[in-house]
Design a binder for this molecule. Sequence first.
Ligand SMILES: C[S@@+](CC[C@H](N)C(=O)[O-])C[C@H]1O[C@@H](n2cnc3c(N)ncnc32)[C@H](O)[C@@H]1O
Length: 217
Amino acid sequence: MRLRKKYWARPEMENSHIVITDQYAYKGKWDIEFKNSNPIHLELGCGMGGFISEKSKQNLDINFVGIDLKDEVLVFALRKVIEVREVKGEQNVNVRLMPLNISFIDDVFEKDEIDRIYINFCNPWPKGRHNKRRLTHSKFLASYKKFLKPGSEVWFKTDDTELFEDSLEYFKQCGFEILSSTYDLHESGFEENVVTEYEAKFYALGKKAMFLRAKLL
Ligand SMILES: C[S@@+](CC[C@H](N)C(=O)[O-])C[C@H]1O[C@@H](n2cnc3c(N)ncnc32)[C@H](O)[C@@H]1O
């Protein structure tokens, strides 16, 4: 998606304690930042923040970090967290947002620091030579394993069948067990689903969401 540059986005984000711009300063110290030792869940490619704002509201005993490459969407995620969570002033909240290219994520979290990862509708990168850019590619899974606790889970949703089927293989090859998978999440009876902005758009067009839960062995 091509986005118009929003020059006001970075100053607005830097003005909020919810946005972390010194990304590498918290490795091994996220419990200090959150002022508790609750589990930490990540959303990779959080986009406009509908998922993370709602999840963090439903799970106050879990800390959430939403990561995206683009200030142009992250600034709206910030506004959504503030609106949905009714964050006022410097009140502490169980969400942080971070502008970051996920290629550098293993410098941000310490071994065994993270309890779950959500990847929702990442770019499918269909051309073979671009497959390595998929956020579920074995290359990325190897870097997530550096900070995921043993037994922790990755929850992955996509509307792209090829990406879904390749991802099932990536997870198996990288030492994850597939706990569940479905080609039609919305008809699967899974009740914990929180619909993302992207998901709402394509669901309205009659497309199906695929979903898997993989556990690190
Ligand atoms: C198709 S959008 C989905 C957004 C959201 N998860 C949803 O379901 O509505 C993919 C998002 O991933 C982000 N993204 C893609 N590659 C990334 C990377 N390497 N590092 C960080 N974010 C990335 C994009 O900026 C975009 O916001």
